[in-house]
Design a binder for this molecule. Structure first.
Ligand code: HEM
Length: 424
């Protein structure tokens, strides 16, 4: 059982009224760690759709669907520029001379119009067509991982399948040798451990480590271009603010992209797989239906993404203002609780029910607005193929009662371990 202490409560700012104050620790709330989506369903009954919590340095939390949808589409009021260039420059100035540059993880850390300039090259790299070309390789990887655990009759699905699959796909996309898997899996592990407690200061150190692990490959690929994402990014030009073709990409840009793709593409898919597989393990009838008719898997994937949405992107309030009747001040921190938005009964009747045929099946698990996930095509391919191969290769599987489930909260919610059992 996770037993993380609640973070210290800070004083409530004067502009936060009683009506929008609610004490909730998104990292350590005990009920969240036991069953995150059950807790979020309850939160809709207990808390207002927009509230301010004194935990984790104090921040706004948007749980209503309307609030999340509108805030995500208003980058002027809700900025992604969490660490301004001045703060980064101050941070770099404190480092010893000759220290590496601090990666910026662009485009997720910048607002329009700069955002669009940096998003352009990635949009090409992660287009549906480029991602569809990877399907065969992803299927082989998924099949190998599942076949390796099949004879055992039981396994913890997270370290054996859910985590190595996206890491291996990442290596494939970047054109990295499989031997690098160990290095990247160790980095993912360290990253997840560092993020678990919500210590924001550990983020920059991790980003430096990820950039250092990528640098030799980035430089090598600059000279020897191939058919992979790194080469495509080297071949790209960054537009200027008028939308005209501007300068060539450089090593700083490539590092910024690589760090972002590492952060955005690995633990997201891993946690999404974990949550989906728990749902399947608890619902043998659904397993039977999908085994009998695998064509239903893509719609099952979508409904599992809605029912178990799991990322909570941060924002900073960009200017003083009133948002949906709530007064906010420039500099206030804010979290878009997309998992709660996708469980809002005002948007999805009976939100707790898994219903792949529901009338409104448009979820916001991949976000909405200018920062909408660039990896959604890839993520959907990975999830669909994983479920197809899992249901095709393993007989009916269940949760192993010897290991009760427990979860982590924070920016990416998911199970810490998923122990499955099946007949051999
Ligand atoms: C099921 C898995 C995934 C989920 C649920 C997910 C979710 C999200 C969400 C909610 C955002 C918006 C963040 C914000 O508004 O600040 C986002 C952005 C992003 N995601 Fe994903 N993601 C997933 C997988 C991936 C994968 C596999 C990749 C690529 C390898 C990826 C790359 C990105 C990038 C580059 C952005 C930033 C886009 C921008 O700032 O313009 N994601 N993702």
């Amino acid at each position: 059982m996770n037993d993380i202490a609640l973070s210290e409560a800070v004083a409530r700012p004067a502009h936060v009224t009683d009506a929008v104050f609610f004490d909730f620790d998104m990292f350590s709330d005990p009920a969240l760690l036991q069953d995150p989506h059950a807790r979020l369903l309850n939160l809709h009954k207990e808390a207002p759709p927009i509230f301010w919590t004194p935990r984790n340095s104090g921040h706004w939390m948007l749980i209503g669907h309307k609030a999340n949808f509108e805030a995500s589409r208003d980058p002027e009021m809700f900025s992604n520029n969490l660490l301004s260039e001045d703060v980064i420059a101050a941070y770099e100035a404190m480092m010893p001379p000759g220290s590496p540059r601090f990666p910026r993880a662009r485009p997720i850390t910048v607002d329009p119009p700069l955002h669009g300039i940096y998003r352009g090259p990635l949009q090409k790299a992660f287009s549906p067509k480029s991602m569809a070309a990877l399907q065969g390789k992803i299927r082989i990887l998924a099949a190998e991982l599942i076949d390796a655990i099949k004879p055992l009759g039981k396994a913890n699905f997270m370290p054996t399948v859910a985590e190595p699959l996206p890491v291996q796909v990442f290596l494939e996309i970047f054109g990295l040798p499989l031997e690098r898997q160990k290095v990247y899996r160790a980095l993912v592990k360290e990253y997840l451990e560092n993020m678990a407690g919500g210590d924001q200061l550990k983020g920059p150190t991790m980003m430096l480590k990820v950039a250092a692990a990528m640098r030799d490959t980035l430089l090598e690929r600059k000279e020897n271009r191939r058919d992979d994402v790194i080469s495509l990014l080297w071949n790209s030009k960054l537009e200027d603010e008028e939308g005209k073709e501007g300068r060539d990409t450089n090593l700083d840009d490539l590092e910024d992209y690589s760090v972002l793709l590492f952060i955005a593409g690995l633990d997201t898919v891993m946690n999404g797989i974990g949550l989906g597989v728990v749902h399947l393990a608890k619902n043998p009838e659904l397993q039977r239906q999908l085994r009998a008719n695998p064509k239903l898997i893509p719609e099952a994937t979508e409904e599992m993404l809605r029912r178990y949405t799991f990322t909570v992107p941060p924002r900073v309030v960009g200017k003083d203002g009133v948002f949906q009747g709530v007064e906010m001040k420039k500099g206030d921190k804010l979290m878009l609780c997309l998992p709660a938005a996708d469980l809002d009964g005002k948007e999805y009747p009976n939100p707790e029910t898994y219903d792949a045929k529901r009338d409104n099946n448009v979820h916001i698990a991949f976000g909405v607005g200018p920062h909408r996930c660039l990896g959604s095509h890839l993520a959907r391919i990975e999830l669909n193929i994983l479920y197809e191969e899992l249901l095709g290769r393993l007989p009916e599987f269940h949760l192993d009662p010897e290991y009760p489930l427990h979860y982590h909260g924070g920016a990416v919610i998911g199970p810490d371990a998923v122990h499955l059992k099946w007949a051999v």
